[in-house]
Design a protein around this ligand. Structure first.
Ligand code: NDP
Length: 396
């Protein structure tokens, strides 16, 4: 057996990939193809990209392929005719795919659309590799409660949380003094406000270190991504918000750190390639090889750090405020951000309008507890309407 291959257990592990056609989904499939003997793919899901979904489904000989957009059902059916692969369409079919009793689920749908499928995977007690951070931002308490209730295992895929997971002493959390979330600073790390005011979607998605989907790339440019990660970290790790710091580290080599009471600071390092945390979550608690560039610190030579600029990146303040206010506010922040990012990518609003839309929507929020899925869905829908109204008022 090559050192890069994962040892096949007595039977292959069954897996499902939610969002298989996205950036994380494709990286997951790349790793699966290199470890065919260790996994059997039960289900793949996508939103609209039928051509890629069908290609993946045939190549991996999956049992079920689901497209969320019902209008694409016929196309998918045609693309998979004669393959023997089951085909379904619609949001509820994605949830049903997630509910199939497999060993491991990759949750890599973008946005709050991933919430119900992720909950379905959690409820059958799977090992859930969680890339879809918006799920924890909009419904963290609910999701973590369901994880406990159903004995599911949540493995963070976000590189920062994956790093923390690897160095966090869960046996002695009281000895953890701080979590330090590192941030690349994105493409506008050094940009002036005037530049950002006029920034185009093309400039915003051009991340210096990572290759990612459009939404998370814009979130990285606004640093809302780090704000979402702050909220995500507060649910995943037993550390209060005030002791979760954000540190700009432009090289994206240290993926995050945990500081202990005795002054030790433990970090996880690696090349900026999501296949490392994905491989970690696939093999956990074992390790497997990943075809990533080996880290060469002598070549990199310099690792630098700086405090985030809260003035140029108001999303950081908004996310911390949402976490402190709690209740419905993180759900509102997430939904408003999704609407505003889509508006920016559609050239309806400017880059700096994203944070303005989020702030105004958050300020319109009166109160609200998030006790059930319907509370979350209602708040999410309300925030989307409010954010859309605010966006409509902005003249470009
Ligand atoms: P992409 O936009 O590249 O892919 C998103 C995936 O979700 C696609 O498969 C897409 O299908 C599917 N999808 C989109 N909307 C829906 C919907 N309404 N219902 C069902 N499926 C849907 O995103 P990324 O892979 O970049 O990100 C996925 C998640 O992982 C995000 O939450 C992101 O924050 C997180 N993440 C991503 C990282 C990265 O490096 N990319 C790093 C860390 C976290 P289709 O292709 O058909 O549109």
């Amino acid at each position: 057996m090559a050192v890069t291959e994962l040892k096949a257990a007595t039977a292959p592990r069954t897996v499902a990939i939610l969002g298989s056609t996205g950036s994380i989904g494709c990286s997951t499939i790349d790793l699966l193809k290199r470890n065919r003997a260790a996994f059997r793919v039960e289900a793949l899901t996508a939103h609209r990209n039928v051509a890629l979904l069908a290609e993946q489904a045939r190549e991996l000989q999956v049992r079920l392929a689901v497209v969320a957009d019902p209008e694409r059902y016929k196309d998918l059916k045609a693309a998979l005719s004669g393959s023997g692969i089951e085909v379904a369409a619609g949001a509820q079919a994605v949830v049903a795919a997630a509910a199939r009793p497999v060993d491991w689920v990759m949750s890599a749908i973008v946005g709050a659309a991933g919430l119900e499928p992720t909950l379905a995977a959690v409820r059958h007690g799977a090992v859930v590799a969680l890339a879809n951070k918006e799920t924890l931002v909009c419904a963290g308490d609910l999701v973590m409660e369901e994880v406990r209730r159903h004995g599911a295992t949540l493995l963070p895929v976000d590189s920062e949380h994956n790093a923390i997971f690897q160095v966090f002493d869960f046996e002695r959390p009281e000895r953890v003094e701080r979590i330090i979330l590192t941030a690349s600073g994105g493409p506008f790390r050094e940009a002036s406000k005037a530049f950002m005011e006029a920034a185009t979607p093309e400039q915003a998605v051009a991340h210096p270190n990572w290759s990612m989907g459009a939404k998370i790339s814009v979130d990285s440019a606004s640093m809302m991504n780090k704000g979402l990660e702050l909220i995500e970290a507060s649910h995943l790790f037993p550390v209060p918000e005030a002791r979760i710091e954000i540190l700009v580290h432009p090289q994206s080599v240290i993926h995050s750190m945990v500081a202990y009471a005795d002054g030790s600071v433990l970090a996880q390092l690696g090349s900026p390639d999501m296949r490392t945390p994905i491989a970690y979550s696939m093999a956990w608690p074992d390790r497997m090889g990943a075809p990533v560039e080996k880290l060469d610190l002598a070549k990199i030579a310099t690792l630098s750090f700086q405090s985030p600029d809260m003035e140029r990146f108001p999303a950081l303040r908004l996310a911390r405020e949402a976490l402190q206010r709690g209740g419905a506010v993180p759900t509102v922040l997430n939904a408003a951000n999704e609407v505003a990012v889509a508006g920016f990518l559609g050239r309806k609003i400017g880059f700096l309008d994203i944070a303005r839309v989020v702030e105004e929507t958050m300020n319109a929020e009166q109160s609200g507890t998030m006790e059930s899925l319907s509370d979350v869905l209602e708040t999410d829908a309300w925030a989307r309407r409010k954010a859309q109204e605010r966006m409509d008022l902005i003249q470009r």
